[in-house]
Design a protein around this ligand. Structure first.
Ligand SMILES: *Cc1c(COP(=O)(O)O)cnc(C)c1O
Length: 480
C-alpha cells in the first residue's frame, strides 16, 4: 500500500496551522480517537501537520483547519489499519492458487481452528489414559482408515515431508531417481537441492524422456538408501517416452532390499473420477502398488491447511518420527485441528463436494458458472461505463499448484474489453482499480482483455457490493 493521498484543497491566504491539541480536542476527533486510539491518532495528526508545513514552505496554500487536518489523519490511519495479508476474490481461474493461499478450508475446519485458538487443547495429551500423547495421533487414525497406510505423521508441508524422509532413510547414502522426474516446483522446491540438504546422494538414472527397469536394477548397490519416484506434478513429457511404473519399481526396490518411496505431490484421498473429474492416483492406490512410503500435501487436492504427510510402513514412519528434524518441522495445534476436521469429511464421500470448497469449485459446472455471470454482467458493465464492452466468454479453469497440470475445467468468465487504442494501459488501470477495492478482486489479463473466471466465486452478494464500490469510483477511463 502506498501513502494515501490526503485531499487537501487550496485556499487563498497563507494558512495558520492548528496545534496538535487543538485538532485532538475538536468534535470531529472523537470518532478517530475511539476507533484508532490516542497514540496512533496523535502520530497521524503530527504527520499531517508535517506534510502541511512542507507544502507551505514550498509555496502552497492548503486548507489547514482542524477538521481538514483530522480528515487527512483519518485517511492515513485507515490505510495503516489495513492488514497486509487480506482476503481477496480469486477470479484468476486457477483453483489452487499458490500465491493466493491454495485450498480454502471447509467450515468444519474453520470452526475447529477457532475452537483450538481460544483455549487449551488435548494436543499432546491422551484423554483416555490421562498421560502424555503424540500430537500426530489426532490424524494418524484417520489417515490409516482413509488410505490403508500402516502409520502416518504430518509436518509443515510436502517439501518438509520429502526432506524428512530423505534425511531419515538416505542420509550419507544414495537415492535413485529417474532423470525425467528431477522436478522443480514453484522455483524453490528442487529435488536435487532437497536431496543435498538432506545429506542424501542423488543417483540419476535413465534419460529425460526414457527410463527403463534395468536402469534402476543396475543402480541399486550396497550404498542405496531409497528408490524414489517423484510425481511430475507441473508438466508432462510426451512423445517417445518410457517411465517405470509404481508396481514394477516397488518390485525392483524390494528385490534389492531397499524401501521404495513415492512423492505424490497433490495427494488425493478419493478417486476424482467419481465426480467426473480426471482420474488421479490416490494415496491408497500408490500404497497398493507397493510403495513403502508416500509423501503428499495437505493444501492441494486434499483441500486442507498447509501440511505434508508421510504415510506408509510403520517402521519407516516411526524412524522419521524419531528424527530430531521432525521437531523443527512439526505442525501446531491450529493446523492439526484444521487437518483433522478436513480428514473427517472424507468419511462421508456423498457430501464431500458440498462441504469441501476445493471439490465444490472443481465440480461447479459451466452452466452454473455462466448463470452466475449472466446475473452479474449488467452490474459489471454499469460499473465500468461506456468505454468498455463486457461479454460472457467460455474459458478453461486450471486446477493449479501443479496438480493435474494438463487438465482443464470448462468454465465461463466475465470479460471486459477496452474501447480505446491504449488497451494495455486501460487494462493495467482497471486491474489496479479492482485490486484497490475494499476486498481486492484478482483476475487475469489475456488477449487484450480482462478475464474474471467465476468458478471460485462463493460470496456473490459481497462481489455485487464491490461492483457498487467500483461504480461509485472515479470512473475507469479506457479511451486514450
Ligand atoms: C507440490 C509438490 C511438492 C511441494 O509440496 P508443498 O506442500 O508445496 O511443500 C513436492 N513434490 C511434488 C511432486 C509436488 O507436486
Amino acid at each position: 500500500m502506498g501513502e494515501p493521498s490526503a485531499p487537501i484543497p487550496a485556499q487563498a491566504t497563507r494558512p495558520r496551522l492548528p496545534a496538535v491539541d487543538e485538532v485532538l480536542r475538536s468534535d470531529v476527533a472523537a470518532a478517530a480517537l475511539a476507533t484508532h486510539g490516542r497514540q496512533p491518532t496523535t502520530d497521524a495528526v503530527r504527520a499531517v501537520l508535517d506534510d502541511l508545513r512542507r507544502m507551505i514552505r514550498d509555496g502552497a496554500t492548503p486548507v489547514a483547519t482542524a477538521e481538514a487536518v483530522l480528515r487527512a489523519a483519518e485517511a492515513k490511519l485507515a490505510a495503516a489499519a489495513l492488514p497486509s495479508q487480506r482476503r481477496v476474490f480469486n477470479l484468476t481461474g486457477t483453483v489452487l492458487h499458490t500465491n493466493l493461499g491454495r485450498a480454502i478450508l471447509a467450515e468444519e475446519a474453520v470452526a475447529a481452528v477457532v475452537e483450538a485458538m481460544r483455549g487449551p487443547t488435548s494436543l499432546e495429551y491422551d484423554l483416555g489414559g490421562g498421560e502424555r500423547g503424540e500430537r500426530d495421533d489426532h490424524v494418524r487414525g484417520l489417515v490409516r482408515e482413509l488410505t490403508g497406510a500402516e502409520d502416518c505423521i504430518v509436518v509443515n508441508n510436502n517439501a518438509a515431508a520429502v526432506l524428512l524422509v530423505l534425511a531419515t532413510h538416505s542420509a550419507g547414502r544414495e537415492t535413485i531417481v529417474s532423470r525425467g522426474e528431477l522436478i522443480e516446483i514453484g522455483g524453490a522446491f528442487r529435488i536435487p537441492e532437497i536431496m543435498k540438504r538432506a545429506g542424501a546422494r542423488l543417483v540419476e538414472v535413465g534419460t529425460t524422456n526414457r527410463t527403463h527397469p534395468k536402469d534402476f536394477r543396475e543402480a541399486i548397490g550396497p550404498d542405496t538408501g531409497l528408490v524414489m519416484k517423484v510425481h511430475t506434478s507441473n508438466y508432462v513429457v510426451t512423445g517417445f517416452t518410457k517411465a517405470v511404473d509404481g508396481p514394477e519399481l516397488a518390485e525392483i526396490a524390494h528385490a534389492g532390499g531397499v524401501p521404495y518411496v513415492e512423492d505424490l505431490g497433490s495427494g488425493t484421498l478419493v478417486d476424482l473420477a467419481k465426480w467426473g473429474l480426471p482420474h488421479e492416483r490416490t494415496v491408497s492406490d500408490v500404497l497398493g502398488e507397493g510403495a513403502d512410503l508416500v509423501t503428499f500435501s495437505g493444501d492441494k487436492l486434499l483441500g486442507g491447511p498447509q501440511a505434508g504427510f508421510i504415510a506408509g510402513r510403520a517402521d519407516l514412519v516411526r524412524a522419521c518420527q524419531k528424527n530430531h528434524l521432525k521437531r523443527a518441522l512439526r505442525l501446531d495445534k491450529l493446523r492439526l485441528a484444521a487437518l483433522e476436521a478436513t480428514l473427517r469429511l472424507y468419511r462421508d464421500p456423498d457430501r464431500l463436494a458440498e462441504r469441501l470448497p476445493t471439490l465444490r469449485y472443481f465440480t461447479r459446472t459451466r452452466t452454473e458458472i455462466r448463470a452466475r455471470a449472466e446475473a452479474l454482467k449488467p452490474a459489471f458493465a454499469a460499473a465500468l461505463g461506456p468505454d468498455w464492452t463486457v461479454d460472457i466468454v467460455d474459458c478453461a479453469s486450471q486446477i493449479g499448484s501443479g496438480a493435474l497440470p494438463v487438465d482443464r475445467l470448462a468454465s465461463a468468465a466475465l470479460v471486459a474489453a477496452p474501447a480505446g487504442r491504449q488497451k494495455g494501459r486501460a487494462l493495467a488501470h482497471l486491474s489496479q482499480r479492482l485490486r484497490d477495492l475494499s476486498v481486492p478482486v484478482i483476475g487475469r489479463i489475456a488477449e487484450d482483455r480482462l478475464w474474471l473466471d467465476l468458478r471460485c466465486l462463493d460470496d456473490v452478494a459481497g462481489f455485487e457490493r464491490l461492483l457498487g464500490e467500483l461504480a461509485r469510483g472515479t470512473g475507469v477511463e479506457a479511451a486514450p
